[in-house]
Design a protein around this ligand. Structure first.
Ligand SMILES: Nc1ncnc2c1ncn2[C@@H]1O[C@H](COP(=O)(O)OP(=O)(O)OP(=O)(O)O)[C@@H](O)[C@H]1O
Length: 669
């Protein structure tokens, strides 16, 4: 096939159709194989509107009664100017937004629900949510292993290699994605990795939002070609929003929907029918023009009159304006509507009769053996719900652990920070001794340890936000649910936070001269660890609800500051205003940790009263010129049971973890 500009569509090296078929390993994969004729995925009457601000104007229509029909093995392109509503339309199709009443989604005549759509489809979003320290191969492998946890390592490797070859990612397969401190693969390669994560699961419906953004025209063509090969072999329904496709890329698509601002359909038909359509409208495509670029010149209302644009076939001597441009988009739409009335170019109008006719046949269509839904169902049948949960948790834990180990910026720096704080305490509070004048210094060591270590849990927000973004991409595509994510996050956090606490404690405990003996040291370590666990869980809830680093940081800092204020250190607990004492003081994890540390340290110690036998705290043995640690505890009103207080801290952490589960769930809905 050749274009008017003489460019060959099929001779694009190095990954031609044959190479792609080879890469995917489909024996005899050719146009239409695995495709049941007559099958249809239908989206009808999709409209979406956002309400205006209270009392300030009307709502804004983002998608206006769009209907499209997709056949298996074929690719539908959605084009339109920036802000025309392409992403919104894809969101509606994926059930991520709720359309206005009257919208219908049907596959083979059967109405689809949000759940069935999630099981059958994969959505490739505009943003690439990837873990920066993983290599390309690891990223795609984990996506497949999460999708099909029972697949053998060899099968995973084979399948991943095929998809990497198909998307031209073999050369960077063992390169890392990239973090702020180490440059990894390019933006275009990241796009392809995101597409690979979706394609490796072999979905029945593939929704792609600007999958070729950031790619050069050759890469864009090859990515879309790879998708087409897979779509044909698997009978997959593919809908992709796309900007500025080259002629080759455009010709890879079967059908095209053009949207004008406001989500209004201005063309809905075969890609190769667009040039004829423009001709009918009286704006023929120039000899060297790309039909989609030509059509888009009339739709963009942001940059003035399209008729001033070279190659549109019209001259403009006047001043271009947004008003003229908007009039062009309007005229385009008007012509489309009148053209639909006269011809059967629109799928929507064409499909009405066919729809009823094919309904009976379509029910007979069986999913292809590789389809996401079927493979998942087979896996689920083998493993059971509990088995699937365990396997997902294990794979996610493995990936998170790898992320922690490699992520020097997020975790190495954090570990170093806890060590640094240990050194600081060790050097400033060095060898406190047993004079009564040092009792307050000891109290401040315990307060500082709990409050500051807990406070610094905000340092975990950036890395949690990265994991959270990956979690949303994967869970929305049905790879796993919230529970294994929370469980794996907890499992990997436990040893990491223990390491942080251990490092801090070993460095400063003996240097300060806290309560002697190994049991006291292990109590210090254990109680501090429980406090850090609670702090980490609390900050993750905040980041789950408010995924903006600066906002989560500010709120996390504020809440920890609040717990410090009501913990009983700055103001004795009994002196707190009643409301704070009977409410938040009892919920304050820092309070329990502080009291545990103080009790463990002071209980059993005796302090010399150095100032002419006048003790810093009321002594029960003034004659001996000493004050006991227990006298101090009595004065401070710190009466605790180790087991009870530790159990409360564990309970707070468990409640926070449950809170994290619901926070993640709440945000995903
Ligand atoms: N919640 C919302 N409230 C108000 N306006 C919104 C909302 N969501 C999206 N919009 C607006 O709707 C329009 C369509 O957005 P959408 O992201 O679907 O466009 P798009 O065609 O995908 O654009 P692009 O090509 O730039 O990604 C934009 O003008 C956007 O600002």
């Amino acid at each position: 096939m050749s274009t008017s500009s003489g460019v060959s569509f099929v001779a694009m090296p190095p990954l031609g159709e044959k190479a792609l078929e080879h890469a995917y390993g489909y024996a005899g994969a050719k146009s239409g194989s695995g495709v049941a004729s007559g099958s249809r995925l239908v989206f009808r009457h999709f409209s979406y509107e956002v309400a205006g601000k209270k009392g300030k104007g009307e709502g804004k229509v983002l998608v206006d009664d769009v209907s499209v029909t997709v056949r298996p093995g074929e690719l539908l392109a959605i084009m339109g100017p920036s802000g025309a509503g392409k992403s919104t339309l894809l969101d509606l199709m994926a059930f991520r937004k709720t359309p206005r009443e009257g919208a219908v989604t049907q596959l083979n005549g059967e109405r689809l629900t949000a759940k069935s759509m999630q099981r059958m489809s994969v959505f490739v979003e505009q943003e690439d949510a990837l873990l920066g320290v993983l290599t390309v191969r690891e990223t795609v492998s984990y996506a497949l292993r999460l999708h099909l946890p029972l697949l053998s390592r060899r099968e995973v490797a084979e399948r991943v290699n095929r998809v990497l070859s198909a998307l031209g990612l073999q050369s960077c397969a063992d390169q890392r994605i990239g973090t702020p401190i180490s440059r990894g693969i390019s933006g275009g390669q990241k796009r392809r990795v995101t597409a690979a994560c979706a394609m490796v699961t072999f979905p029945r419906i593939l929704l792609l939002d600007e999958v070729t953004s950031g790619l050069d025209s050759t890469s864009a063509y090859q990515v879309v070609s790879a998708i087409r090969t897979l779509a044909r072999a698997e009978g997959m329904f593919v809908i992709a929003s796309i900007h500025q496709p080259s002629l080759e890329t455009l010709s890879t698509f079967t059908d095209l929907v053009l949207l004008a601002p406001g989500g209004r359909t201005c063309y809905n038909g075969p890609v190769d029918g667009l040039a004829a359509f423009m001709e009918r409208w009286g704006r023929p495509v120039g000899r060297f023009s790309n039909p989609s670029d030509h059509a888009m010149n009339f739709l963009n209302a942001d940059f003035g009159d399209a008729s001033a644009y070279p190659g549109t076939g019209r001259d403009s001597m006047g001043t271009s304006s947004a008003h003229d441009a908007s009039a062009n988009a309007h005229a385009f739409r008007e012509f489309y509507l009148s053209d639909c009335a006269n011809t059967s170019v629109s799928h929507d109008s064409a499909s009405d009769d066919e729809h009823a006719h094919t309904h009976a046949h379509l029910r007979a269509l069986s999913p292809t053996p590789n389809s996401k839904m079927q493979l998942q169902a087979r896996e689920h049948g083998k493993a059971g719900a509990l088995g699937t949960l365990v396997r997902h948790t294990l794979v996610l834990s493995e990936r998170t652990m790898l992320n922690y180990v490699r992520n020097l910026l997020a975790y190495g720096v954090r570990l170093g920070m806890y060590a640094g704080m240990g050194v600081m305490l060790a050097l400033i509070w060095i060898r406190l001794g047993n004079a009564d004048s040092t009792i307050n210094d000891r109290l401040s060591v315990h307060f500082y340890s709990v409050a500051f270590l807990a406070f610094m849990s905000v340092a975990g927000i950036p890395s949690f936000l990265e994991e959270r973004a990956v979690y949303y991409r994967e869970s929305k595509n049905g790879l796993y649910t919230t529970l294994p994510f929370v469980l794996s996050n907890t499992l990997v956090n436990l040893p990491f936070l223990f390491l942080c606490t251990l490092l801090f404690s070993v460095i400063c405990y003996w240097a300060i001269g806290l309560h002697p003996g190994a049991p006291a040291f292990f109590r210090f370590l254990a109680f501090l660890y429980l406090a850090i666990l609670a702090a980490e869980s609390q900050v993750q809830i905040i980041a789950a609800l408010i995924p903006i680093f600066v906002a989560a940081l500010a709120i996390g800092a504020f809440i920890n500051g609040f717990w410090m204020s009501v913990g009983g250190y700055f103001i004795k607990a009994r002196s707190l205003p009643r409301f704070w004492f009977y409410s938040f003081h009892y919920m304050d994890y820092q309070r329990y940790a502080f009291e545990l540390l103080v009790n463990s340290d002071l209980h059993g110690l005796s302090f010399r009263c150095v100032d002419a036998c006048t003790c810093a705290y009321p002594s029960s043995t003034p004659a001996s010129c000493t004050v006991s640690g227990d006298d101090v505890l009595t004065y401070l009103d710190v009466r605790i049971g180790y087991g009870k207080w530790a159990a409360i801290l564990i309970a707070i952490t468990v409640i926070y973890r449950i809170g994290l589960y619901f926070a993640l769930k709440a945000r995903s809905s």
